[in-house]
Design a protein around this ligand. Sequence first.
Ligand SMILES: Cc1ncc(COP(=O)(O)O)c(C=O)c1O
Length: 306
Amino acid sequence: MAAEDAVARSLPLRSGHLVIPHDAYGGTYRLVAKLLDVEFTAVDLSDRAALEAAWRPETAAVWVETPTNPLLGIVDIAAVAAFAHARGAVCVVDNTFATPWLQRPLGLGADVVVHSASKYLGGHSDVVGGFAACNDPALADTLGLVQRAAGAVPGPFDCFLVLRGVKTLSVRMARHCANAAAVVELLCAHPAVAGVRYPGLASHPGHDVATRQMRDYGAMVAFTVHGGEEAALALAGRTRLFTLAESLGGVESLVGHPARMSHAAVVGSPLEVDPALIRLSVGIEDPADLVADLRQALDSLAPSPG
Ligand SMILES: Cc1ncc(COP(=O)(O)O)c(C=O)c1O
């Protein structure tokens, strides 16, 4: 018990201050803002000046998401980890969108990597789970204490499903990424689309960093349509192959409206999402079928002004 007490005293996130991304996953925001006993500042972590301004002497950790959900922002993991370490803090990376196949945060200097295993790692939308990985035994003890005390222990069948999913991760990810590139090509050319966010586009502000720290650009795509929320909702209801659903990372393609779905928890907060935004989780179906489905849904929207 004395050893456990010592570990408990070293818990880095029990109090103090946390820096999180300005477009963090809504559930992360909910946890930090509504459950944890910490103060936090939400900033654009790709903006070094903003990170410096947000930092406080008592900042215990910076929570990185890259690519971010749902805006596909890219954060330079090595730079943020070095920044945190120079100030005695911990860098945590949510690597859910990238997966270990596309991006390896521990090798870039992060202290802890967290994953929703419900997404690409499981890969088939049939399991809920997650994990935190680190390469420091003391930090692992701390995480172990949290797990024992809070009860975040997965069942054996869930572990089996994730382990089975991981066996095909590399082939699925390669197909996911290739399909996403085909979908992005359509979106960039379609007149109903106002803007596309995808780190693989040379015009994306984080493109160079993504090219440096990722093997490929992933299969999450976000875009806005002309016509605002009404058009976005209409589009989300008209795809046939892209199913309207909130999760991501499975073999089936999904379409979502973040403002009303995955990011409903941040409405009214600084993290609120543009209601004209659509998020796609591009699956591993035939790419021509995916492009055709999206094209018919986009074609059905009213023509853009001009
Ligand atoms: C970036 C990110 N992290 C974590 C999670 C949480 O995943 P889970 O559904 O397994 O709780 C999600 C869910 O969408 C996510 O997008």
